[in-house]
Design a protein around this ligand. Structure first.
Ligand SMILES: [Zn+2]
Length: 558
């Protein structure tokens, strides 16, 4: 799925012989999939999981469901770089066809996205099957309690760039032909949620703003360690996701883990990789000292969604499982998320009200606001937990034993567990109190447009006025050595001080007291690890010894 901490995250594997701990999940029951043979089947099902759906297959499959009277509404969130419509399927009983109607039902709205990395194909297949099965399920069911927004083929352009998995998805156990990770512009869409350079991301944010989902689920495949789990998961990892992040981590995911085991026979665990200090030559090393999650930056979709004060869940099917099993574990996981969300609807509502009213209160009274994290590091107090891993052996030659497993290495099917430190969360290293509002110069229209794409309310100052502001004097501007996604990320250091400012008519004002206040804060603070500074939006306005172009208004705004 991601290689947040460097491409060497192939992770250490084990050489241990003669062990037989059968900790692999018991697949007693697969997800309750339909067996009605009159209903259309996905390309994956039709080919016995030898192939995954093309874009045309996805549209044809949805067409065929509709021809049979499937009671969903079908729209589009927008178009890809190459002009493909991005289908959105909305399922609920009664059927709704607009955000207003969905809101009127008063039920949780769950947005599930497949295929952001188009080589990771089971999310797309699982979602198509789920759309079918929910549409034609008899009797009362989950669609009476939630609204499901399904986006099965988010990186549709990448999906169509079929090539062998050896090329597009090196560490994956089939299918043989899959799409690319990047979109048609070459961007990783799961690094684009702050800077929004892809039309797909713009479409996705517009859908978030319009439908206001309560829960966002992003479906991926791992590409690292040989662990013993059918699927790994993560909440928003950003410490500024005070509400949805913590609630998902501590209250939803442990229950989902239990239900996946009890109801489906799938063992699941927190997303992570074994310590990656070993290179490829050490694949069979027996030293494992820790289990590490990925980065906390909101450039990743599920981290980002937590900063909107809502719940998000990253789903990562195990790449070394056969394609069919990955589809089934993903399918079961999404179903369980839907039903748990329905059960917890009132609690989730209350949590959202707290998230929204807190940022509004902080923006109205910034001197008493809670500091919000802007930079963080992996926890220094990890819990010790049992983590399951698989034993691997060297074959003694250069044969390929399974697609996605390096030559000369063989999986044994022997699983063991070891107690190790689990680094599944981050702690803040820098926090700042949010102001009442930010002031941007009249010419910073690119930043303003971006803020608005995020659903942040930005006002134009219509007359000259004076205000007490905090300004940030820049001590250093450091650009990353290596380019990343076409950028050299910038980090600022400096000092805050307070002074009077004549705000000119035509400037822009961004109040913090709004539901997207944390997003505005994270994007505009000069010291943010993933804001507009990092992504070069202010490069031409950054000079050592001068002031950062965005100031903070500390008094409540009229
Ligand atoms: Zn991925």
């Amino acid at each position: 799925m991601k290689l947040g901490r460097g491409a060497a995250m192939i992770a250490a594997l084990f050489l241990t012989l003669g062990c037989s701990a059968a900790t692999q999940s018991r697949e007693t029951t697969s997800a309750a999939m339909t067996s009605d043979s009159r209903l259309p089947r996905t390309r994956a099902e039709r080919t016995n999981y030898a192939e995954t759906s093309h874009y045309a297959d996805v549209l044809a499959f949805l067409d065929s469901l509709q021809a049979l009277g499937a009671p969903f509404w079908r729209g589009s969130i927008g178009k890809t770089t190459e002009g493909r419509e991005l289908p959105l399927v909305v399922l609920s009983r009664p059927r709704v066809s607009s955000p207003e109607e969905a809101k009127r039902l008063g039920r949780p709205i769950v947005y599930v996205q497949g295929n952001i990395h188009a080589g990771e194909v089971e999310g797309k297949e699982a979602l198509l099957m789920l759309i079918r099965d929910l549409s034609f399920a008899r009797g009362p069911g989950i669609l009476d309690s939630v609204v499901l927004l399904a986006q099965p083929i988010y990186n549709a352009d990448g999906n169509e760039r079929f090539a062998s998995q050896e090329k597009n998805r090196r560490s994956q156990n089939g299918p043989e032909m899959v799409g690319t990770r990047a979109n048609a512009q070459g961007f990783d869409l799961n690094r684009d949620y702050i800077k929004v350079e892809a039309p797909e991301t713009r479409a996705s944010l517009a859908a978030f703003n319009e439908w206001q989902p309560d829960v966002f689920v992003d479906l991926h495949t791992t590409d690292g360690s040989y662990h013993g789990y059918a699927l790994t998961y993560s909440p928003s990892l950003n410490p500024a996701a005070f509400f949805g992040g913590v609630y998902a981590r501590d209250s939803l995911l442990p229950v989902l883990r239990q239900r996946m085991r009890d109801r489906h026979g799938f063992e699941i665990f927190d997303y992570g990789n074994f310590q990656d200090e070993y290179g490829r030559g050490d694949l069979t090393d027996t030293v494992k000292t820790g289990w590490y999650t990925y980065e906390p930056y909101p450039r990743y979709g599920t981290n980002y969604f937590g900063l909107r004060g809502r719940i998000s869940i990253l789903s990562e099917a195990f790449s070394h499982d056969p394609f069919e099993r990955r589809v089934k574990s993903t399918y079961a996981f999404v179903r369980e998320i839907l039903s748990l969300t329905a059960e917890r609807a009132a609690e989730i509502r209350a949590l959202e009200r707290r998230a929204d009213s807190s940022i509004v209160a902080w923006g109205k009274d910034p001197r008493h606001a809670r500091p919000i994290p802007l930079r963080s590091r992996m926890t220094t107090q990890p819990l010790e937990e049992e983590v399951v891993y698989e034993d691997l052996v060297r074959t003694g030659d250069s044969s390929r034993t399974q697609p996605g497993v390096p030559r000369g290495i063989r999986r044994t099917g022997h699983y063991r567990s070891a107690k190790m430190k689990v680094y599944d969360r981050f702690e803040p290293t820098l926090e700042r109190r949010p102001p009442a509002a930010y002031v941007l110069r009249a010419g910073d229209t690119v930043a303003v447009r971006l803020l608005r794409e995020h659903g942040v309310e930005v006002r134009r100052v219509d007359a000259n006025r004076d205000a007490r502001v905090q300004v940030f004097t820049i001590d250093s501007v450091v650009a990353a050595q290596r380019p990343f996604q076409g950028h050299r990320e910038v980090r600022l250091e400096g000092k805050w001080n307070e002074r009077g400012l004549a705000i000119a008519a035509g400037s822009w004002l961004v109040p913090v007291a709004q539901p997207m206040g944390v997003i505005a804060f994270y994007m505009l603070e000069p010291e943010s690890d993933d804001g507009l500074v990092a992504w070069n939006f202010f490069d031409s306005e950054l000079t050592v010894g001068k002031e950062y172009p965005v100031s903070r208004v500390m008094d409540a705004m009229p």
